[in-house]
Design a protein around this ligand. Structure first.
Ligand SMILES: Nc1nc2c(ncn2[C@@H]2O[C@H](COP(=O)(O)OP(=O)(O)OP(=O)(O)O)[C@@H](O)[C@H]2O)c(=O)[nH]1
Ligand SMILES: [Zn+2]
Length: 362
């Protein structure tokens, strides 16, 4: 143990830096770049980056499809920043809110030479900071010296890549009894990830037998549905119905996973809702923002169940991806228990889209 922060700690710092609009230095195989998230970039830093060289805009292939930008790097596109492009142009490239009003922002000069690893890592970091997935990347000759001179966080990709790929280990923090409407025998367990990310919760009802499949639900946080009673989705009724079913059975475990908006964060989910008001469905809206349909990592649910001593579940869900992810992460799904509640006039299209495009079972 040393006083210097580890790579996991520096990655947590980098996420905080990007949210604050502070550049981060990424290095890989002798190359280096200064990276800022477009969403949090401000004019003085943009001017400084321009004065230092030729910044490149990195966006996901999803966003590139909407903008009709050529993508030569598979999952992403790199665009040379046009000489006259200012902050407004960059924000419009990242944020689809005005796409319909101002559909074409080109012509674009997509870059195809050279590796895109630093750009890819920049987008991954922006996503994990719950920002729009767009970054400005400025190649620099000596990343180490630059980071040292300005006190910037330095991330060597060779060290960071395994950390970005693995599910962060979670540690139990505390648990306490919680009598609830659904059951007076409730207990809330808090789990904290090592990577400085969101905490997740397990709500245990009764004392489920660890040697038999437990009635379980993986619930993804939905502030609008769970708390506000939104009629646009079925999350609130699903949450309450799952707890009620566990209460009636006398045993069960509900994981409340803080993966708001299928992992894109509440601000981005609200951006998706604004696009839905323009006529796009839930999947199209995510794509226009530059995200995949579902950015959640279900491995952490399996990890929490294992830590709590469960190895098999009767899973309350209509989502086949959850079944597959449980099995591939060492939790046997003995049974799928369907959970159809909370249909409203306002969420009929949303539920139909989930069945048609996301494979949800009816
Ligand atoms: N990005 C985005 N997220 C949404 C939208 N509507 C709901 N969510 C989020 O979706 C998550 C719920 O996931 P769902 O796909 O509805 O259901 P599921 O949990 O995968 O599947 P079930 O187990 O069958 O309920 C929550 O995190 C919600 O915040 C939307 O329109 N856009
Ligand atoms: Zn919801």
């Amino acid at each position: 143990m040393t006083l210097a922060p580890s790579i996991v700690e520096r990655l947590a710092r980098a996420r905080g830096d990007l949210r604050m609009g502070v550049p981060v230095v990424l290095t890989d195989a002798g190359r280096a770049a200064l990276v800022v998230a477009v969403e949090s970039l401000e004019a003085p830093r943009l001017a400084e980056l321009r004065a230092m060289g030729q910044p490149e805009l990195a966006i996901t292939v999803r966003r590139a499809e909407t903008l009709k930008v050529r993508a030569y790097d598979g999952d992403l596109a790199r665009i040379a920043l046009p000489p006259d492009a200012g902050l407004d142009w960059l924000h419009a490239m990242a944020d689809p809110v005005d796409d319909l009003r101002v559909p074409m922002k080109g012509p674009f000069q997509s870059l195809r030479d050279g590796p895109a690893d630093l750009h890819r890592a920049a987008i991954a970091l922006a996503k994990s900071a719950h920002l729009l997935p767009a970054a400005l990347v400025l190649p620099v000759p000596d990343g180490l010296a630059l980071a040292g001179r300005h006190g910037l966080t330095l991330i060597p990709l060779a060290e960071a890549a395994p950390e970005l790929l693995r599910a962060s280990p979670l540690h139990p923090v505390v648990s306490a009894r919680l009598p609830m409407v659904a059951s007076t025998a409730g207990r809330v367990h808090i789990f904290r990830p090592e990577d400085g990310g969101e905490e997740h919760y397990a709500i245990e009802i009764g004392r489920p037998d660890r040697s038999a499949p437990v009635l379980a639900r993986l619930h993804s946080a939905c502030f609008t549905g769970d708390v506000l009673g939104s009629l646009k989705c079925d999350c609130g009724p699903q949450l309450r119905a799952a707890l009620a079913q566990m209460g009636a059975a006398g045993a069960g475990v509900l994981l409340y996973l803080n993966q708001e908006g299928r992992g894109i964060g509440l601000a981005n989910k609200m951006r998706a809702y604004a696009l839905q008001d323009q006529g796009f469905d839930t999947v199209q809206a995510n794509h226009r923002l530059g995200f995949e349909d579902d950015e959640r990592d279900f491995r952490l649910g399996a990890g929490i169940l294992r830590q709590m001593g469960f190895s098999a579940v009767r899973l309350l869900t209509n989502n086949p991806r959850k079944l597959a992810m449980m099995e591939s992460n060492g939790i046997h799904v003995a049974e799928r228990v369907p959970l159809h509640v909370g249909q409203t006039a306002q969420n009929a299209d949303y539920l139909a889209t989930k069945a048609a495009k996301s494979g949800h079972l009816l």
